[in-house]
Design a binder for this molecule. Structure first.
Ligand SMILES: *Cc1c(COP(=O)(O)O)cnc(C)c1O
Length: 431
């Protein structure tokens, strides 16, 4: 067994050997043995076009022929210029400036740093803390760990090392809840802002869908109210759309369900269709202008080596072209209809004693169970049915690639349901 490769979130002593993937096409990847698995997670939610998409592969090859990388310090290139313009075009109105980095976590670090420096340069240096939400997940770097849910998050071990931020309660109402039902959640936000606004630089949230923190969904009314509260209290609003961006909630960006523009917005995962690591932090004119000055020290002091990498920018542009030309929002609506019909509206599933809740939003569905133990073995069971499912904690979910065919989507939903309703012991699988 090779111990050179250290896997993520893995107990290397007891973890079974990782399956070796040699390729893939559409929503499926292929193992060394020839076994094919239908990926219900599209590789941590980023491979929205599936594997081996010919247009994306070609875009990378063509870009590689002319320019693989160049620093963005003092230099630019077509792919970065074009991608920044395209992101301004497709994101909520007013987000007119784009800062690139290499991963979702770094994109969030950039957002937080930008918010703090903004407040300093607007003469409010006391506003240097973040207000986050319980059940939030914003990444694994130190700054991001400090704004993840401090109890349920994976990072409580590091509490002595991390800066202390503020947390409002996680929202509790469903996506389609009426305004009145959301009032208590909004009140929770208001109370934190009333008590602490003088020390808060920004409120950050994953709008509508708190993803890695347990696929917790909420209403557009909550997101709209957050915008109004931030304006009232002079706090910036940061949307972490790393997971929700590029169609996951049924619209291009979750912010669109609420019709609001955040001050800062972070994109990653689906940005490049998952083909290369990259992220974008977008800002409004009002944020950007706080950095304009005769004084060089008021510039934004950040610059990851690989920001604006030409290969990443080029494949992101191609990803966006495919998304728009091939009506991906229509594909997502079709996947959503299947997820609702097969999971959210399945009375037997919802009545199953192990199941606490079934939720669907856009191309996302989750079965939340009362006790994580009832998901033990589900990964092997799914594999025996030709599906790659990776539950975490009390959540069995799917976030499929948007190219997933209807019958493939039903193969995934029936596997998820059968684990509860029809499971016979999974056959032992070889490595
Ligand atoms: C995945 C994720 C991140 C972190 O992105 P990485 O590319 O893994 O660093 C941040 N925020 C959200 C909402 C995410 O889902």
């Amino acid at each position: 067994m090779s111990q050179a490769l250290w896997h993520p979130y893995a107990q290397m002593q007891t973890q079974p050997a990782a399956l070796k993937v040699i390729g893939g096409s559409g929503a499926r990847f292929t193992l060394e043995s020839g076994e094919q698995l239908l990926d219900a997670t599209c590789s941590w939610w980023c491979m929205i076009h599936g594997y081996g998409h010919p247009r994306l592969v070609t875009a990378i090859k063509q870009q590689a022929d002319s320019l693989c990388h160049v620093m963005l310090g003092g230099l630019t290139h077509d792919a970065a210029d074009q991608l920044s313009a395209a992101l301004v075009r497709i994101t909520p109105p007013g987000l007119n400036h784009v800062f690139f980095s290499d991963s979702g976590s770094v994109g969030m670090e950039v957002a937080m740093k930008m918010a703090v420096q903004y407040q300093v340069q607007r003469g409010r240096p006391g506003k240097h803390r973040m207000l986050s939400l319980m059940k939030a997940y914003h990444g694994d770097t130190a700054g991001c760990m400090a704004v993840c849910d401090p109890d349920e998050g994976m990072h409580s071990l590091f509490s002595g090392f991390l800066p202390k931020h503020l947390f409002a309660p996680a929202p509790t109402t469903a996506f389609d809840a009426p305004r009145e039902a959301v009032e208590a959640d909004i009140q929770g936000l208001r109370e934190m802002l009333e008590a602490h606004h003088h020390e808060i630089a920004a409120l950050l949230m994953e709008p509508l869908l708190q993803a890695a923190g347990g696929l917790n969904m909420t209403s557009p009314h909550y997101v709209k109210a957050a915008r109004a509260l931030c304006d009232e209290f002079g706090v910036l609003l940061i949307f972490d759309e790393v997971a929700t961006g590029f169609g996951r909630t049924g619209k291009m960006f979750a912010a669109e369900h609420a019709g609001v523009t955040p001050d800062i917005m972070v994109l990653s995962k689906g940005l490049t269709g998952g083909y290369l690591g990259h992220a974008a932090t977008l800002a409004t004119d009002s944020v950007y202008s706080a950095f304009l000055s005769d004084d060089p020290n008021r510039a934004f002091m950040h610059g990851p080596t690989f920001m604006g990498n030409p290969l990443a920018c080029r494949v992101a542009l191609e990803s966006l072209a495919v998304f728009e030309e091939e009506d991906y929002l229509g594909k997502i609506a079709a996947l959503n209809a299947i997820l609702r019909q097969e999971l959210a509206e399945d009375a037997d599933l919802k009545a199953h004693p192990a199941v606490e809740d079934v939720r669907v939003l856009g191309a996302t569905a989750v079965i939340e169970v009362h006790d994580a133990a009832s998901l033990e073995g589900v990964q092997d069971f799914a594999r025996s049915r030709g599906v790659w499912l990776r539950s975490f904690g009390r959540w069995l979910y799917t976030m499929p690639a948007y190219v997933t065919l209807d019958e493939e989507m039903r193969q995934i939903t029936s596997t998820m349901k059968d684990w509860f309703l029809n499971a016979s012991p999974a056959p032992a699988l070889g490595d």
